[in-house]
Design a binder for this molecule. Structure first.
Ligand code: JF5
Length: 275
């Protein structure tokens, strides 16, 4: 997969060199390129923003600067000529010549980015992430690229406001990058993630020592009784989800809970909402 990130603070994307995403890059599965939006400004001060039509606080990012930047980045089909000298294995990231592009615009006004979104986007050949600052990017940018056949995804990583899209871009690239085939050291952990108690929070986990500062690991986990362990883990996952994310219980399919599950939820004080 090829990922381009465009930002006025390209240095904020440096963490992508590290850790899991860094591994994906080094192994050549992820061809990641970071661009400075100001390279497409035309005035002496490299201006990228201006005052909002209709009035109001703050500044809006100019569509002309973004238009030139995204036209160039999207048109670059990425022969490794300008990929930088960071040891990419040519070709492993996939051939992106003529590949469809998804333009990702992080914004608190977007649709919510979830694990389902990450799974879908991990199948894409190319993502271009446009990091806005100030009050956001002129709305005509999304409009113009959509009209030219680019799939534009305006996404929120949660209900809070950041100073710019850079941190959201880090979140998106890490969430998608770790799902690329061959990236995670232990593929079992990804299988368990998607097949384990679907739609519930994870159960609590423990390791050695079995007793620590007067806190003991639950006996059943030391028993070797696999069926009992599975039941215990599901019960704890149900309790945790009911307490912390009751919305996830509501969202479970009609046949996701059996009579035992319902009894665990009832004992945890969860009640079905009055419809
Ligand atoms: C941004 C205008 C973009 O604040 C965010 C954000 C919050 N959840 N998801 C993304 O993005 C930065 C701020 C203001 C456009």
């Amino acid at each position: 997969m090829r990922v381009d990130v465009v930002s006025i603070f390209p240095d904020y994307l440096a963490p992508l060199e590290l850790s899991l995403v860094g591994k994906a890059r080094q192994s050549g599965l992820l061809d990641l390129r970071v661009h400075d939006l100001r390279d497409w400004a035309t005035d002496r001060h490299r201006t990228v923003d201006d005052t909002p039509f209709g009035g109001g606080a703050g500044m809006v990012m100019r569509p002309d600067v973004w238009g030139r930047a995204l036209d160039d980045v999207i048109a670059d089909t990425g022969s490794d000529a300008d990929a930088g000298s960071d040891g990419e294995q040519a070709g492993v990231a996939g051939d992106v010549v003529g590949a469809p592009v998804r333009l990702v615009i992080p914004t608190p006004s977007g649709e919510v980015f979830t694990q389902r979104t990450a799974e879908a986007w991990a199948q894409d050949a190319r993502l271009v992430v446009a990091c806005g600052r100030y009050e956001g990017i002129d709305a005509r940018v999304a409009e113009r690229f959509r009209e030219r056949g680019v799939v534009v995804s305006e996404v929120s990583i949660g209900d809070y406001v950041l100073n710019g899209g850079e941190v959201a871009a880090l979140v998106v690239v890490e969430a998608v990058g770790r799902l690329l085939p061959g990236v995670v050291g232990n593929p079992e952990s990804l299988v368990e993630e998607s097949h384990g108690a679907a739609g519930l929070l994870e159960y609590p986990v423990y390791t050695k020592p079995p007793a620590w500062e007067g806190h003991e690991v639950p006996e059943v986990l030391l028993s070797g009784h696999h069926a009992k362990i599975a039941r215990w883990r599901r019960d704890r996952a149900l309790e945790r989800t009911a307490a912390r994310r009751p919305d996830l219980i509501e969202a479970l399919g009609a046949d996701a809970l059996d009579a035992h599950d319902r009894e665990v939820l009832r004992a945890a004080g969860w009640e079905p909402p009055a419809s």
